[in-house]
Write a protein that binds this ligand. Structure first.
Ligand SMILES: [Zn+2]
Length: 281
């Protein structure tokens, strides 16, 4: 049976950078995939931080329009539908006095959700009203590794939106993905304890051709490569190294495959392509 799977992404690129290869495997198996990105709206009256980041993107005008087009190209390459929810990401948001909510790059990773309760409610409302959450067999959301505030907001808001829908059985429906490249930066050493302690790791083996498709899709996000990796070669090296770093000893892998890890509340058998690995791994 063909199913429809939803990936919720904070920014234009997160779902593809984190799961582009797994998404490709779902599409190859004949399933339908939709990537819904929350923060795709343009900013106005830009802060200094937003202007600095635009410069790093190499974009001077129509920044979000260009980034939305990059996303459509990347998702098109994988045969995936896109939904852009057009809320403003943290570098564009203002507090109640009209001052920028985030003035320094480090502030984006301080994960203080007390000041973001209104945004969390707004995102949960938009997810509930703009997406038909009951249409999807599984919903994949970020763990928020790296503690980017927007990733945390999307995780909390997605959990709220799904929990508040009585037709959705949360434990069977929700799957969490690891945030790349933040996991590879290695700075969030506590993520398994803080963000995944009540979840089960679930392993799938993917054919190597999925990795090639993933890197091709990532390259469509031209404005983001330099910011996240400095160069496309560094991106390629990191993506390949990461793909081969996941090696649960009990999982027999074909030489033409590699391992991909997700996290779920439910039993692994319910996850597409899941392979059983002992609980204590
Ligand atoms: Zn992001």
């Amino acid at each position: 049976m063909n199913n429809h799977y939803l990936f919720i992404s904070a920014h234009l690129d997160d779902a593809i950078i984190s799961c582009g290869d797994y998404i490709d495997s779902l599409v190859r198996a004949g399933h339908r995939v939709t990537v819904a990105t929350v923060f795709t709206g343009a900013g106005t009256d830009l802060s200094l931080l937003a202007r600095i980041l635009h410069k790093k993107f190499g974009l001077s005008s129509n920044v979000m329009k260009t980034r939305r087009e990059e996303d459509i190209s990347a998702c098109g390459l994988l045969g995936v539908d896109t939904i852009h929810l057009d809320l403003q990401e943290c570098i564009y948001r203002k507090d109640r006095s009209g001052a920028p909510s985030y003035k320094k790059l480090d502030d984006l990773f301080r994960s203080d959700y007390e000041t973001e309760l209104d945004v969390i409610s707004e995102v949960a409302e938009v997810l509930s009203t703009r997406l038909s959450l009951t249409d999807y067999e599984r919903i994949y959301i970020p763990l928020a590794i790296g503690r980017h505030v927007d990733h945390g907001i999307v995780r909390i808001a997605s959990e709220q939106a799904i929990q508040s829908n009585s037709e959705l059985e949360v434990s069977a429906r929700l799957i969490y993905y690891e945030d790349l490249p933040y996991l590879n930066y290695g700075q969030d050493t506590q993520w398994e304890i803080d963000l995944a302690c009540h979840l089960h790791p679930v392993y799938s083996s993917l054919p190597r051709c999925c990795l090639k498709q993933k890197t091709a899709a990532i390259l469509a996000y031209r404005s983001q490569i330099g910011l996240l990796w400095h160069s496309r070669w560094e991106m390629l090296r990191q993506v390949i190294r990461h793909a081969h770093s996941c090696r649960p000893p009990e999982l027999q892998l074909d030489p033409n495959t590699y391992c991909f890890r997700l996290h779920a509340m439910s039993v692994p058998e319910q996850i597409p392509f899941a392979r059983l690995v002992p609980e204590n791994f």
